[in-house]
Design a protein around this ligand. Sequence first.
Ligand code: ATP
Ligand code: MG
Length: 291
Amino acid sequence: MDMKTEVLELETKIINHEAYGNASYNWSPRDFELGSGLGQGKFGHVHVAREKKTGYLVAIKTLFKSQIMKSKCERQVMREIEIQSHLKHPNILQLLTWFHDERRIYLVVEFAAGGELYKHLTNSPKGRFSEAKAAKYIYQVADAVEYCHQNHVIHRDIKPENLLVSLNGDIKLADFGWSVHAPSERRKTMCGTLDYLPPEMINRQVYDVTVDQWCIGVLLYEFLVGKPPFESEGQDRTYARILALDMTYPEHVNAGAKDLISKLLRTVSKERLSLDGVKKHYWVKQYYSPS
Ligand code: ATP
Ligand code: MG
């Protein structure tokens, strides 16, 4: 199937959103007032924008079709759109609608006014989060990813760079570029970021939804320590440390947090704590209970 057919097919699936009223409305760039740039994406740029009729602030991500085709990422991009348009959860960045013209695809996304979580982390005192903040963020990530799994989606690329923060300081999971609809027969694709790669992906073995639990363990460690647990010079060393589960905790890390991390960073994927278990873990509950 070529790009055009896929676009047309997906166009019929444009989602409904209260602020946008009728799903069959033909959106165009003229409906939006473009504001300042928010960041650079792989295939274009991201801007804050105001929808003229409602005054609603959104982010518009522009993708150039020529660049997508040049890097042969048509399928990946369409999958990202398809997956993100079906997920509705308070901690998942919502794709509100999308449209395209000759040269570009425009994704209209919920605006995350707090920006990248990664920046919050590096700007924190000592480059790490307090336990209270880490517990809240990990709860919200676990809740979002649990919802993905319930909808048969594996994210596969959970890390601070793919988490945004809302105006209210809540997590917004973004970037479904690597995510897959969990296949019935398990997969062996190699992807993701080095520091967050689970052992079974390094070994190119079959894997399942529990790769996300591993990544949440790495994420929690990075929240509390300021760097990921297996960080090393060079890919081979990082891989070796991941496979050997070679990690240490600085003294300041609380016993409850260590307990949770150690229940997620399990080489045997079946042994990893469930996401519901993360939300109910005593260390998380000690600091955070959603209202
Ligand atoms: P990459 O693969 O390099 O992450 P990408 O194509 O996935 O690029 P995004 O990560 O979606 O692009 O967007 C690039 C940057 O723009 C983000 O890192 C973030 O800083 C900013 N950004 C994207 N979407 C939003 C949003 N909805 N609200 C606020 N900022 C955003
Ligand atoms: Mg990104």
